[in-house]
Ligand binder design. Structure first.
Ligand SMILES: C[S@@+](CC[C@H](N)C(=O)[O-])C[C@H]1O[C@@H](n2cnc3c(N)ncnc32)[C@H](O)[C@@H]1O
Length: 194
């Protein structure tokens, strides 16, 4: 299966799909943190829409939430243009002609301005003892089923020291969620066929 993981610098989801034999690629404006040859440093819409790149079966996109997350609501009135642009980016990702799409974001104004998410998941449902509500807007995909519900529900992000890379640590996809996406969506869409 040909999988595009859009807006991913870490390679966590890309590697989870590749480990199961899928032809998975990540793309981001940033270079891949792991230096992978399966990363394209390119705009996600270009990678998603260009038939010259490849005909994707599935796209999982992690668009920036800086101007969308409800946790930043107190600044919303000062950043309306940025918000409109961020919502436009999400809409265009949702509208790409890829048959199966998952858009991932925290609790955000995507819910009120575009549509409600199909599912909200937590890291503690997938083996990580942490809380961070993660919403999924799905097209042609089943909801993820929790794989390993654990105790110890700290909020990882609140314990991180300030620094230039804090946003990266906060936004990195949890391994257990990436593994569930690869296993469950890989199986649902290809029935084992790579
Ligand atoms: C919230 S972070 C997602 C990180 C991801 N969960 C991971 O583990 O790498 C959003 C990412 O979108 C990237 N990005 C922003 N605009 C983009 C665009 N137009 N095309 C591709 N990537 C973009 C940023 O560089 C950033 O890495």
């Amino acid at each position: 299966m040909k999988v595009l993981v859009a807006c991913e610098f870490s390679g966590v989801v890309r590697r989870a799909f590749r480990a199961l034999g899928h032809d998975a690629w990540s793309c981001d404006l940033l270079p891949a943190e792991d230096g992978s040859e399966y990363h394209m440093r390119v705009d996600a819409l270009l990678a998603a829409c260009s038939p010259r790149v490849r005909p994707w079966d599935l796209m999982i996109a992690h668009p920036p939430c800086t101007h969308l997350a409800v946790s930043g609501a107190r600044w919303f009135k000062d950043k309306l243009p940025e918000q409109a642009a961020a919502l436009g980016f999400v809409r265009r990702l949702m509208d790409t002609p890829i048959p199966h799409i998952a858009i991932e974001n925290p609790v955000s104004i995507i819910s009120s301005k575009i549509r409600k998410p199909d599912q909200s998941i937590q890291p503690w449902q997938f083996g990580h003892g942490e809380t961070k509500a993660t919403c999924l807007w799905l097209k042609g995909l089943p909801k993820l089923v929790p794989t390993n519900v654990v105790e110890g529900r700290d909020a990882r992000v609140h314990k991180m020291p300030p620094g230039p890379d804090r946003w990266k640590e906060r936004s990195r996809t949890f391994q257990g969620i990436a593994d569930a996406m690869a296993t469950q969506w890989g199986q649902a869409l290809s029935g084992g066929e790579k």
